[in-house]
Design a protein around this ligand. Structure first.
Ligand SMILES: NC(=O)c1ccc[n+]([C@@H]2O[C@H](COP(=O)([O-])OP(=O)(O)OC[C@H]3O[C@@H](n4cnc5c(N)ncnc54)[C@H](OP(=O)(O)O)[C@@H]3O)[C@@H](O)[C@H]2O)c1
Length: 253
């Protein structure tokens, strides 16, 4: 496959683990200079080492997306380090489940909204401010099939937060495409990361559960999710605006 992101600067939030790490590695494998961000320096350093082991280029910037000043500093340091910002992937997110609407703990509600919703807004605002003043760019938000595309009982707050991410993607895409900033989302279903494991569940037990829960019969791999993110960020998707690409093995079909 040709390298679609040679000399492009790509920012990935939540890049220390799971899907974000896979996305960061996939961009680096296609020539991008990648800024990996999250709150924990230790896991981000591991992602950067993996990228460098591939022969890629990475920089670590710690930032908490629930803090607007952190996201502004993140974009500033990205531009200072690599000279620009061409692509941003707003992947940082948290999961809280196990309670119905009436019983949903307000502490979990605020954590979900602060990170998954306000965190994406902070990221968009900082990224768009740079991109629209420097010739445009592409942004991919990581939403979920849970909330915008399918609902299940007992996951109230997370589903509300991700429905907001998908709605925010479409609204922001319309607001900013005329300024050259192309915004889309991916909505994964249960995927290859710790987030899709139920409390105490092993990967083997999750595989058995997915045979019942998914028409495809398995989770999505992290590289399948990453491939969708790279497509939306690439020139191949140059006329794709405000799309929300579901990757869930048919669960919400
Ligand atoms: N795995 C799935 O089945 C699945 C399905 C649908 C959607 N998703 C979405 O995919 C995204 C990635 O999740 P994952 O599965 O890869 O889970 P994960 O391994 O828990 O990754 C989430 C990442 O977000 C970072 N993060 C959390 N809060 C943050 C904050 N306030 N500021 C900055 N970074 C923060 C975490 O790093 P720190 O703790 O170091 O900050 C972590 O690296 C999430 O948005 C999730 O909702 C996942």
């Amino acid at each position: 496959m040709p390298a679609r992101f040679t000399d492009r600067t790509v920012l990935v939030t939540g890049a220390g683990t799971g899907l974000g790490r896979a996305v960061a590695l996939a961009f680096a494998a296609e020539g991008a200079k990648v800024v990996v961000s999250g709150r924990s320096a230790a896991t981000l350093d591991e992602t950067a080492l993996l990228i460098e082991a591939l022969g890629g280029t990475a920089a670590v910037v710690t930032a908490d997306v629930s803090r607007a000043e952190d996201t502004r500093r993140l974009v500033r340091e990205t531009v200072e380090t690599f000279g620009g910002l061409d692509v941003a992937v707003n992947n940082a997110g948290v999961f809280r489940g196990g309670a119905s609407a009436a019983d949903f703990p307000l502490e979990d509600w605020h954590t979900l909204l602060d990170t998954n919703v306000t965190g994406v807004l902070h990221s968009l605002q900082a990224e768009i401010a740079h991109m629209r003043a420097h010739g445009g760019g592409a942004i991919v938000n990581v939403s979920s099939n849970l909330g915008p595309h399918v609902r299940i009982p007992g996951v109230f707050g997370y589903q509300v937060s991700k429905a907001a991410v998908s709605a925010m993607t479409r609204a922001a895409a319309l607001d900013h495409i005329a300024e050259g900033v192309r915004i889309n989302a991916v909505s994964p279903g249960a995927s290859e990361s710790a987030m899709s494991l139920r409390p105490g569940e092993t990967e083997a037990e999750r595989a058995v559960r997915m045979k019942d829960e998914s028409p495809l019969g398995r989770i999505s791999t992290a590289s399948e999710v990453a491939a969708a993110v790279l497509y939306l960020a690439s020139e191949d998707a140059g006329s794709v605006v405000g799309a929300d690409l579901v990757i869930d093995g048919g669960v919400s079909a």
